[in-house]
Design a protein around this ligand. Sequence first.
Ligand code: HEC
Ligand code: HEC
Length: 87
Amino acid sequence: MIDDFEDGLGVACSFCHAEQKGSHKLDYASDAKPEKSIARNMMRMTLKLNARYFQVHRPGLGDPGLVITCATCHQGKPRPDLSAEGQ
Ligand code: HEC
Ligand code: HEC
């Protein structure tokens, strides 16, 4: 599931996870970085989209049956390209 984040957004663990004080180790339980809570909301949204609009029952991140994933919108970027023209 965490791997989907990296692929979908093209970011490393440290994009969402803060470093422990006084070291460069990541503290995975810490909620210090806002990106982590945004990601949590995005996870909820992504699961709801699958359940509500695509009839995926009991969706879970990483399920192969998901219609919508992080990558659907993010396309390998931390912020989706919101320009109307697209590519
Ligand atoms: C896009 C943001 C994002 C990225 C990138 C990301 N994570 Fe996470 N990670 C989260 C969120 C959000 C949670 C909390 C999930 C929850 O609350 O259910 C989490 C939880 C975790 C946890 C459990 C922490 C705990 O509370 O015990 C571990 C371990 C973890 N991530 C490891 C990683 C590793 C290793 C990487 C890189 C390979 C990574 N994460 C990349 C967002 C991210
Ligand atoms: C339906 C489209 C959509 C899906 C699906 C989606 N996102 Fe997003 N996400 C967005 C948009 C749009 C933004 C930019 C919002 C803004 O600029 O205010 C964004 C922003 C973010 C950001 C903030 C980036 C920054 O630089 O501040 C994170 C982190 C993020 N998404 C994580 C995720 C993760 C993790 C998933 C999958 C669990 C996911 N998103 C699924 C549309 C989506």
